[in-house]
Ligand binder design. Sequence first.
Ligand SMILES: *Cc1c(COP(=O)(O)O)cnc(C)c1O
Length: 376
Amino acid sequence: MKAEPTARIPVCEPTLEGNELAYVTDALRSGWISSSGDYLRRFEERFAAFCGVRHGVGTTNGTTALHLALTAMGIGPGDEVIIPDFTMIASAFAVCYCGAMPVFVDAEPRTWNIDVEKVAAKITPRTKAIMAVHIYGHPTDMDPLLALARERGVKVLEDAAEAHGARYRGRPCGSLGDIAAFSFYANKAITTGEGGMVVTDDEELAEECRSLRNLSFPRGARTYLHDRIGFNYRMSNLQGALGLAQLERIDDLVGARRRHAAMYTERLRSLDALELPVQEPWATNSYWMYGIVIRENAPLDRDGLAAVLSADGIETRTFFQPMHVQPALRRYGADCSGTYPVADRLAARGLYLPSGSGLTDDQIERVCTAITRHLA
Ligand SMILES: *Cc1c(COP(=O)(O)O)cnc(C)c1O
């Protein structure tokens, strides 16, 4: 279906044009609609394989995948988990669900990921894990982070909710630390509507996640005696059916985002007023969202540009607010003192452009023409 040239350009919409309808219908007809079934099992196996690891544990969403992974790692009250200051709120909330304390590190100005050089200063005897969030699809610089973590005896979790198909030095995101969490929310690179997955190569961690996601039911005999608190974070076979169909097309879906990003960069790079997303030589950016930063010298500020683009029928979204300004985290007791100038600047000046895999070349052209007109 071709969009009307004057229709509103959405910031992100899922594309469900493969076997989605057929697989979901088949799952419905089979009667396997809850959390066992072949589609779910195959989706878990194949998504783990896509990430280059052995185990996948489907969950209700990306936030519960993070909580499950942290709990399986043994994170609890009294522990600290280092996270980027510039991230989506779920990264921090998952740490709070464990009763642990999130500790913030400022962003690095090129990739907008956690500034690995600033991590060591935040490690204390209570630090149990570091969460690397691959912001907007650009992988975190993992080798120095992993080396530091190993030296200090700290585990590494990837929040890969924005990084399906991204790679670090050729290795897939999701395979880089001890364990990783993905989201399949409707705007992510592949979707199950709502949904998430923990992936890991560690058999024991995977077993812990399977047990915890299923209310810690005892294995074997049906004794109904639970020796610890568990959660119902089970993904359904219907979600698995949707996910499997999306996964079949993941190379095309991520490929479309990468191609759109190349078009944006080509058309916008001559504008002095903008900083564009990068792809470091060691990275394959999956460009989940194409973010731009509006420089101090621009004729319009970020909110001004968003307003005129909206009047042109172009949807955009502002970047996240950093963790250190979140009232909920301050109330929880997180240390929100200190300065985070890079995260503050991104929050004030960052805007992401229409980025869905279903965009047409004409729509991207329209966005670039409008931005050029407003910023020239
Ligand atoms: C989307 C997202 C999540 C949360 O995923 P949900 O499925 O919406 O719960 C967590 N972390 C990051 C970085 C995200 O972008």
